[in-house]
Ligand binder design. Sequence first.
Ligand SMILES: [Zn+2]
Length: 576
Amino acid sequence: MRGLRPVVGIVLPALFFASACLNTAPAQVKADLILTNGAVYTMDASRRWAEAVAVAGGKIVWVGDEADTVRLRSDSTRVIDLGGRMVLPAFQDSHIHLVSGGIDLGQCILNDLKSRDEVYARIREYAARNPGKDWIVGRGWELPLFPAANPSKEDLDRLVPDRPALMTAADGHSAWVNSRALAVAGITRATPDPKDGRIERDPRTGEPSGTLREGAADLVERHIPEPTAEDYLEGLRKGMALANRFGITAIIDASVDDNILKAYRELDRRNELTVRVLATLEVDPARDVGQLPSLIDKRRMAPGRRLKATAVKIFADGVLESGTAALLEPYLNRPGDRGPTDLEPGLFNRLAVALDKEGFQIHIHAIGDRAIRMSLDALEAARLANGPRDARHQIAHLELIDPLDIVRFRPLGVVANFQALWAWPDPYITDLTLPVLGPARSRWLYPIGSIVRTGAVVAGGSDWPVSSMNPLEAVQVGITRVEPGVANSPAWIPEERTDLATMLAAYTINGAYLSREENLRGSIEPRKAADLVVLDRNLFDGPPAQIHAAHVVRVFLDGMEIYADEGVKGPASWSP
Ligand SMILES: [Zn+2]
């Protein structure tokens, strides 16, 4: 309930009236689709349960007991007996890179590989399978697999000796390149670090060692051939198909450039979008407030059937693991170094005030406690300058929040967008973060429970392709804070656990709120769009540690079935 304060007044009465209304209406609405015999978690303001849902014209027309569905049936009504399975509002991923991730699916994918040898084997095999590619490009290697998160050009030279190669890390903030790639970019011992990045070097010789941090990767990336317009469309199609399989029918694309926006507009024009899209337009700090007219232009051109571009993205800092997140106190392994910010507080405030005034929703990447404080300060400056308004700005990632800032989200109306899947003690935390922050600060890594307890609105996203798109994995870790699928493993700061209802709200109604569509969707109530997901089991019945094992059986968008796993027969049992 806490998280839903902004929408309570709107959604509360609907369920009471709908049933009575249809019972007495002489000209009966006949349903196109009826889902019966289910465990329907409506996600309405009272979190009510129902047995059946009826849909007509893409909208939910009725929610309630099974017996009442009889009068809504006609000969043409499709009736699906759910056999006790669970129905939820379809999921929203509120921080995802759907098009770029979809394009990456055609690259050398290194995500989830558990050893260096597996990474080497995958790259060698990919290069052999793609003899026609001028560049070997991949992504997804995990930083902890390499000493000091610092893979070498020699290793990549052995795997790809004949062409330039660039492998982006799973978090997107480091790149591993071979000697050919360094040569193409003209990077030598004499090349200085760019302002916004670092060229890792051999400490003895000063030679570039093969890992490039942050902006230093651009020095090489700019030489990789650009994907074509068709590549963008194909990437979007691949990303959407994957999203639908996970029960996702709405997204916030967290970083949309002109090519990506073009792809969204094109598929929306062709009626091929199977997700609702809030596109977040990239803000270039170097262009200051002078870029507002062009952002306003893009926003004006975007709206379509399932697309809008009313949000803007600002990066406040980098990531903790490579020392580029902005901290209030120095990194323990870098005396005096508190990490850089992507923009000065003065510029940040100026941009926030101007963007807020124009009605943009500001979506901030902030990871370190200094970056998060600076972000809250900028959004506070906007509120002071322009007056309080229904702004729905958000900060995403929120890895290290200073306890003093936890209470600021709710009064400022800032939505906290967590990637809850990251909140278990994986090597990113235990090997790369805990040692450089120390235990006292690390207590405040991913303080989801504390933010929930303040009553702030909490939303969720995967940051895919950074990590798995499956919302159920993130929901599970938000509740358990232990590694999914591993019995008896330790929890990361168990005090910061939250509950299932809260996590499901983060991926449904609170996402809809963040996209300003909570009156249209996000809960299962009459007059809302029939965006629904059917799961093979009731998540409330089994152990939280098994939530990730639940399967998506059917997905509906505007009442249309866009995914069905016909292989799933009966409801799954919870036995391991
Ligand atoms: Zn992101």
